[in-house]
Write a protein that binds this ligand. Structure first.
Ligand code: MBD
Ligand code: FE
Length: 310
C-alpha cells in the first residue's frame, strides 16, 4: 500500500470541497476538470517534495506571466497548443475524416478584422529596404480537387525582424495582415516580404522558463493562414519556408512536412518587369484543400480572446 497523502480521506475531501463537488450549483464539467488539475498539482508537490519557497516562486511566475501578456506564448512553447492539434487530428480520424491540408497552431498573434481584398493583395506597407520581395500564389480546393471561389484566406506574418504589426508598435496598422477572397478559379495571390523567424522576447517570462529548461524560444520563418468558405471546415495552418535553420526545431512544435514550401528565386528581367518590381524576388506556391463540414465532426472554429485593433 502507498502512504501517499493523496489516498487520505481528509485530502480527498479537501480536493472535493475546493472544486465545489460538495455543492449543487456552478458548472459540473468545470468542477471535474478543476478537481483533476488540483489533484495532479497536489500529487506533483508531494512526489517532488516541492518546498514552499519553490511553490511561491511558481505562483509568482504565473502572476508575472499574466502581467506580461505571455500566457498565449507559453502554451505554444510548452506544446500544449500543438497537443490540441494532435487531439483534433485524432478525433477527425476516428470520425472517418482523412485528407485535406494539415492544420497547425494559430499562435498568439492573429488580429481580427484585417483589410479584405478581392483575389490579390499587397501585404507589406512599411519600407524594409533589405527585405526580399515575395509573391505567393495558390488555389483553394475542395476534397475532389475542384476550386473553391469566394473562400477567405486570412494571412498574417512577421517582418524581417520577426515582429508582427500591432504587437510591434514600430509597424503601421495591418502591416503584413490581409484577408483575401479567392477569385472565380479559387485562386489567391499576394505580394509581401520574406518573413524572418520569430524569437520570444529575450527578457520575457516565456524565455525565462525556457532558459531554465535549456530550450531556445525560436520559430522558423513561417506564414499563418485561416482559410474559410461556407460549407467547409475552417482551416488554421501555417507554411514554413524551407531552409530555415529552425525548420525542424520550432519552439512551438508547429512544423509539418506537408506545410514546408520552397521559395523559388526569380531573376529573369521579363518576370521582374511583368510584375512591376525593381529586382529579383521569390515566389511561393501553396494550394489549400478544405474538408467539407459535417455535423458529426469536431468543431474547428476556436473561440479565444484576441487582441482587437483600436
Ligand atoms: C509566433 O509568431 C507564433 O506563430 C507562435 C505560435 C508563437 C509565437 C510567435
Ligand atoms: Fe507566427
Amino acid at each position: 500500500m502507498t502512504d501517499s497523502l493523496m489516498q487520505r480521506g481528509d485530502v480527498k475531501a479537501l480536493l472535493d470541497k475546493a472544486a465545489g463537488l460538495d455543492n449543487d450549483t456552478g458548472d459540473r464539467r468545470l468542477k471535474q476538470i478543476v478537481r483533476r488539475v488540483l489533484s495532479d498539482a497536489f500529487a506533483t508537490i508531494e512526489a517532488f517534495q516541492v518546498t514552499p519557497t519553490e511553490f511561491w516562486r511558481a505562483v509568482d511566475y504565473v502572476t508575472r506571466l499574466g502581467q506580461s501578456n505571455e500566457a498565449g506564448l507559453l502554451v505554444a512553447g510548452l506544446g500544449l497548443e500543438h497537443f490540441l492539434d494532435i487531439l483534433l487530428d485524432e478525433e477527425e480520424r476516428k470520425a472517418g475524416l482523412e485528407g485535406g491540408t494539415p492544420r497547425t497552431i494559430e499562435g498568439p498573434l492573429w488580429l481580427a478584422g484585417a483589410p479584405l481584398a478581392q483575389g490579390e493583395a499587397r501585404l507589406d506597407q512599411d519600407p524594409e529596404p533589405d527585405a526580399e520581395t515575395i509573391v505567393m500564389t495558390g488555389q483553394v480546393r475542395d476534397p475532389d480537387g475542384n476550386p473553391v471561389p469566394g473562400a477567405v484566406v486570412d494571412v498574417w506574418h512577421a517582418n524581417t525582424k520577426g515582429g508582427y504589426s500591432f504587437f510591434d508598435s514600430s509597424q503601421s496598422a495591418w502591416n503584413l495582415r490581409r484577408r483575401i477572397r479567392t477569385d472565380g478559379d479559387g485562386r489567391y495571390a499576394f505580394r509581401s516580404i520574406m518573413p524572418v523567424g520569430y524569437g520570444c522576447p529575450p527578457d520575457g517570462t516565456t524565455q525565462e522558463l525556457l532558459d531554465r529548461l535549456g530550450r531556445h524560444g525560436q520559430r522558423p520563418a513561417h506564414i499563418h493562414f485561416f482559410v474559410e468558405a461556407p460549407g467547409y471546415r475552417k482551416l488554421t495552418t501555417q507554411i514554413n519556408i524551407a531552409g530555415d535553420r529552425y525548420l525542424h526545431e520550432d519552439f512551438a512544435f508547429a512544423t509539418r512536412d506537408e506545410l514546408i514550401v520552397e521559395a523559388r528565386r526569380e531573376t529573369a528581367p521579363e518576370e521582374i518587369a511583368r510584375r512591376g518590381l525593381s529586382g529579383p524576388f521569390s515566389t511561393l506556391t501553396f494550394d489549400f484543400t478544405l474538408n467539407r463540414e459535417a455535423d458529426h465532426l469536431p468543431e474547428t472554429v476556436v473561440l479565444r480572446a484576441h487582441a482587437t485593433a483600436a
